[in-house]
Design a protein around this ligand. Structure first.
Ligand code: NI
Length: 138
């Protein structure tokens, strides 16, 4: 287990009040846990700027009756086959399907895959959840 340091931060009262509200609304047990959460989010944002080894999940919702749509989505995924760790297809109802992809690799490649998938005609929703492999977060 890594050593823990105690730090002191000077902060304006008005900003601290907003931070305390954030803690309460988001259920953090302490200021320390909230600060660690925010720092890790910031570090993950930085990982996506440098971008050599990141992880993400991407979800797509579409109507599988649309002609050529599924073929286009599969074709694009095959062009980025090195990024796709796994995928899951869920039949949401009679018409709509959801695909969830777990991705790992270069951030710019993952962003390219996201851009291509969300722009396919007939895709109802496509979202990218930027994550991390966790290796750089201690
Ligand atoms: Ni389906």
């Amino acid at each position: 287990m890594s050593r823990v340091s105690r730090i002191t931060v000077s902060i304006e009262d008005s900003l601290l009040e907003k931070f305390e509200s954030y803690l309460t609304e988001n259920g953090f047990p302490s200021r320390s846990e909230a600060v660690k959460h925010l720092i890790r989010n910031l570090l993950v944002d930085e990982e996506w700027k440098e971008g050599t080894d990141v992880a993400a999940s991407l979800s797509i919702v579409y109507d599988h009756h649309k002609g050529g749509l599924m073929e286009s989505l599969v074709h694009i995924q095959h062009n980025f086959e090195n990024l796709v760790v796994c995928s899951q297809h869920v039949h949401l109802d009679h018409n709509n399907c959801m695909e969830v992809l777990v991705l790992k690799g270069d951030a710019s490649d993952i962003n390219s895959l996201y851009r291509e998938l969300k722009s396919v005609k007939g895709v109802k929703h496509c979202s990218l959840m930027k994550g991390t492999t966790g290796g750089n977060l201690g």
